[in-house]
Design a binder for this molecule. Structure first.
Ligand code: FES
Length: 111
């Protein structure tokens, strides 16, 4: 298989510091946007766009382990990506997060 056919593997990318935000923020890796959340038991990451109509979840309201999309009221479990409340019917993607000191890394496809 040539270089063009080679699939890029996910990699750890530093995206923020623990002091950079309160509950949620948008982070970018290349042109891809992710939502990063600070919950009571750690940091978590999902795709940034709501699976209903692409509103940014990083601007949603975080309640417990869920994020509420203000545009039409969908709710998602941040840890599993599962839809909790309609109108969205499609789960959102989640991504692994690790901490090294105060640096936050997410495991995502290369930019
Ligand atoms: S865009 Fe999020 S609920 Fe419609």
């Amino acid at each position: 298989m040539g270089l063009l056919g080679k699939k890029k593997k996910p990699e750890w990318v530093r995206v923020a510091s623990v002091d950079d935000f309160h509950r949620s923020t948008m982070v970018k890796v290349g042109k891809h946007e992710y939502a990063l959340y600070k919950l009571d038991d750690g940091f978590f990451c999902t795709q940034n766009s709501c699976s209903h109509e692409y509103s940014p979840l990083s601007e949603g309201i975080v309640m417990g382990d869920e994020v509420f999309c203000e545009k039409h009221g969908s709710r998602f479990n941040i840890k599993s990506g599962r839809v909790v409340n309609l109108p969205a019917t499609e789960d959102i993607k989640t991504f692994d997060v690790k901490l090294e000191g105060s640096d936050i890394f997410i495991f995502v496809p290369p930019a």
